[in-house]
Design a protein around this ligand. Structure first.
Ligand code: COA
Length: 262
């Protein structure tokens, strides 16, 4: 079985690539574990100056694996510590984090980008967070970061209405730096990472800390999101939405059933 996440170094850059194209790079528990470990290891390793997250197969990520959501709801055990470890690492990582997005970025595939220092996207990139349609609430600090990043109404449009943002709209809103052709995406991201790697490391680290500000408010909001998210993930509404996706049918919230109900 493949690990579905490829982690390798290129000079002073650690490249973390999502490789589960047959499931649109949807993230499983095992993938979260590798992602969390990779971010932590990259941060600790003196040889690494910057980290880059990429997708594959013309997709960035379809977000959390919905079969995992369903299993977590049915077992009552929740999504597990690795999800929390990954999103905490996103908020607390000390070295620059960059992303290159081609194709769909859904759920955590989009919300992880709000933690990145630089984001490049292709014209085919599309960003969406259908949390509400799944009976869930926004996660990974997005309810804190996005209103501050793009303004309340636009954040509401994405996080609550569930609007899909194109690459151009994302750039206009400010959470994508540049839109570049697919063939140039990875070179462009790696070139930016290499430019950062050539900067004086101590000054880089301090500048980044100044721009990011103190993380306490963000991490407190993340804990509150997590509390509500795990409550919602077991709700009849969410279970109906997960079932509907797995059965490839529209959800019917008028008939939302609990776990185990016929
Ligand atoms: N979890 C589990 N499986 C997923 C998935 C997810 N988040 N996203 C896609 N897949 C699977 C599909 O079930 C399908 O599997 P199958 O071939 O075994 O039937 C395969 O990946 C291809 O997906 P498909 O829906 O056929 O591709 P598409 O190009 O028509 O649509 C998306 C791509 C991303 C728009 C669509 O798959 C989608 O909406 N996925 C769910 C996104 C989501 O709600 N994520 C959770 C956010 S919190």
């Amino acid at each position: 079985m493949t690990a579905h996440v490829d982690v390798r170094s290129s000079g002073a850059i650690q490249i973390i690539r999502l490789v589960r194209p047959e499931k649109k790079n949807a993230l499983t528990g095992a993938m979260y574990r590798i992602l969390a470990d990779a971010l932590a290891a990259g941060d600790k390793n003196d040889e690494v100056a910057a980290q880059v997250i990429l997708g594959s197969g013309g997709v960035f990520s379809a977000g959390n694996d919905i079969a995992d959501f369903m299993q977590a709801a049915q077992s009552g055990k929740g999504l597990g510590d690795d999800v929390t470890r990954f999103i905490t690492a996103l908020a607390t990582v000390e070295k620059p984090l960059l992303a290159g997005v081609d194709g769909r970025a859904v759920g955590i595939g989009t919300t992880m980008l709000f933690h990145c220092d630089l984001v490049y996207a292709t014209p085919a990139a599309q960003f969406s967070t259908p949390f509400l349609d799944l009976g869930l609430v926004p996660e990974a600090g997005s309810s804190f970061l996005l209103p501050r990043l793009i303004g309340y109404q636009r954040a509401f449009e994405m996080l609550v209405l569930g609007a899909v943002f194109s690459a151009d709209r994302a750039r206009e809103c400010g959470f994508v730096n540049h839109v570049v052709e697919a063939g140039a995406l990875e070179d462009r991201v790696l070139e930016a990472a290499a430019r950062l790697a050539a900067k004086p490391p101590e000054a880089l680290s301090m500048a980044r800390r100044l721009l990011k500000g103190a993380p306490q408010q963000l991490t407190a909001q993340m804990r509150e999101e997590e509390r509500l998210f795990s409550e919602r993930a077991r709700s009849p509404e969410a279970v109906e939405a997960f079932r509907a996706f797995l059965e490839k049918r529209p959800a019917n919230f008028g008939r939302a059933r609990g776990v185990g109900e016929a």
